[in-house]
Design a binder for this molecule. Structure first.
Ligand code: ZN
Length: 170
């Protein structure tokens, strides 16, 4: 069960990171043919409608994580979802029914919810505002700022250093 949770956390992080900003230009790796390829590579249905649905899920969760929308905006993604108790020899198992909701959206919102509970605040945007990516900080210190030190950390450190040096010269 734990491995499923980890997989969905990674799926959610991968999904959120399909909108990188590269050289100041926003990319969308779920747009066009690339969207189908991304979904296929993750073992998901890959029609244009599926890609459009994945973009909606991504943008909704990203807006919540960036503090631009309240968590309640994710409610429509779970419309009609229910759980039924099934009694088995080992105890009660809860069976999830997605009903009319998009199964991928349900999966992602539940992954977001589990992370919000088990690792609060650790799924967050990269501190580089020109990056567009997210990170999941699993470290004990929970002090990670960058999606990756090589891509964003070093670049911003260099820029700050340059500003300090330039400031001194004034
Ligand atoms: Zn970054």
């Amino acid at each position: 069960m734990a491995s499923v949770v980890v997989e969905d956390a990674e799926l959610l992080l991968d999904l959120l990171n399909t909108r990188p900003i590269v050289n100041g230009v926003a990319n969308d790796r779920l747009a066009g043919a690339a969207g189908g390829r991304w979904l296929g590579a993750h073992g998901l249905p890959d029609s244009p409608a599926d890609a459009a649905a994945a973009r909606r899920v991504r943008d909704a969760i990203a807006a919540v994580l960036r503090g631009r929308a309240g968590a309640e905006t994710l409610q429509p993604l779970l419309a009609g979802v229910s759980r039924t108790p099934v009694v088995e020899p080992a105890g009660v198992r809860w069976e999830l029914h997605t009903g009319p909701a998009e199964p991928f959206g349900v999966r992602c919102v539940l992954a977001w919810s589990r992370l919000a509970e088990s690792l609060p605040g650790r799924l967050r945007p990269c501190a580089n505002e020109e990056c567009g990516l997210f990170l999941l900080d699993r470290s004990r210190a929970n002090a990670r700022l960058w999606c990756s030190m090589s891509a964003c950390g070093n670049r911003l450190k260099a820029r700050r250093h340059y500003r300090r040096v330039a400031g001194r010269a004034d």
